[in-house]
Design a protein around this ligand. Structure first.
Ligand SMILES: Nc1ncnc2c1ncn2[C@@H]1O[C@H](COP(=O)(O)OP(=O)(O)OP(=O)(O)O)[C@@H](O)[C@H]1O
Length: 331
């Protein structure tokens, strides 16, 4: 089965009633409720290839969770269409459930009063996973996530980091090709975060799973994603690789090099400006919209000049994203 995700013009509008202020207002609202439309997701189109990890990013309230809820079949779109591993999720919820795993960092999908091990056994029965397969997969997850030290603990007594690791294992026990992760590492300490990221990398690289991830943690994006889709106010603002996004919105890198011979003549390179020179110390920066990424620039400088040292400064991803949002607001 091919675990790709196709999203075409996906739209979800919520209608809510607003309460007018004061007692008279409340009475009026009761008799004649005022309905307002909230366009949580508006005409979003993107693809995730099988075996790709895509980060779906955006500020609070941008529409990320609403998008994931439509792709997991929890919500039906107002218009537009989506397919996950070939299935329309909100039309065939059960078929979709077999193809996907989902983790919502803020709440558990496990049975609160049961020990973890029993929750896993229930899931094995629900998804009809053969006993030997189930045991082998649990061993693999235990190795990567260290579950055995708390697998006899009731879910309600797990720490946040332990609980999310169990949720991740539970979501993948039936071996789904597609995984949705809504802020999976929120509130975790750095050690557990890194363990979860390593686990996700393994699931994508070794198991070929397709992952759609939402997070506010840019370190996580840099460590895990090659491509990101950015949404703001329900609309898709940007779809590209991290390199493309840096090039478009983060044109503030510098390459600082120390020349082996301080008398070497130095000039600009394609898309790269010479910003400053002080004896053997030279500083390059991006020149115009066709400037290369900092990594490509570094390569060009090293190939062109004999240097004894180099250092790079680049805009951190938080700044890059902030610029991207700000430019989207201005349109
Ligand atoms: N059931 C609902 N009824 C009315 N409005 C809703 C409902 N669910 C979401 N919204 C609104 O839709 C918008 C998008 O919400 P959503 O939860 O998808 O954002 P998000 O990008 O996941 O945000 P966050 O990063 O804070 O989790 C918000 O303005 C939210 O208030």
């Amino acid at each position: 089965m091919i675990g790709n995700i196709e999203v075409r013009g996906l739209t979800r509008t919520f209608h809510t009633t607003v309460r007018r202020p004061g007692f008279a207002g409340a009475l009026r609202s009761l008799v004649n409720p005022e309905r307002v439309a909230k366009h949580a997701v508006s005409d979003i189109t993107f693809d995730v290839a099988a075996g790709e990890l895509l980060a779906l990013l955006g500020p609070n309230g941008a529409g990320k969770s609403t998008t994931i809820k439509m792709l997991t079949g929890i919500l039906t779109p107002t218009s537009g269409e989506a397919r996950v591993a070939g299935v329309v999720p909100y039309r065939e919820r059960e078929r979709n459930a077999r193809n996907i795993g989902a983790v919502f960092g803020q709440r558990t999908q496990l049975w609160w009063d049961l020990p973890v091990r029993e929750s896993f056994a229930i899931l094995r029965d629900i998804y009809d996973v053969p006993e030997a397969e189930h045991a082998a997969r649990l061993r693999e997850f235990d190795e990567l996530l260290g579950l055995s030290s708390f697998s006899d603990t009731r879910v309600r007594h797990l720490s946040l980091g332990q609980r999310v690791r169990c949720d991740l294992a539970a979501a993948l026990l039936h071996d789904p090709p597609v995984v949705f992760l809504d802020e999976p590492t929120i509130g975790m300490d750095v050690v557990v975060k890194e363990q979860v990221r390593e686990f996700l990398r393994h699931q994508v690289a070794e198991r070929g799973r397709t992952v759609l991830l939402t997070t506010h943690d840019m370190t996580e994006v840099e460590r895990l994603a090659e491509r990101v889709v950015l949404v703001n106010h329900g609309r898709l603002v940007l779809d590209g690789t991290l390199d493309e996004i840096r090039r478009t919105f983060g044109s503030t890198w510098q390459v600082r090099a120390t020349l082996a011979d301080p008398h070497t003549p130095v000039g600009p390179l394609p898309g790269i400006a010479l910003i400053r020179r002080d004896g053997p110390q030279v500083v390059f920066g991006p020149d115009g919209p066709a400037a290369p990424t900092v990594h490509q620039a570094l390569k060009q400088v090293i190939e062109r000049y004999e240097v004894t040292g180099v250092a790079v400064d680049e805009a951190d991803l938080e700044d890059v994203m902030r610029t991207a949002y700000a430019q989207a607001e201005a349109v």
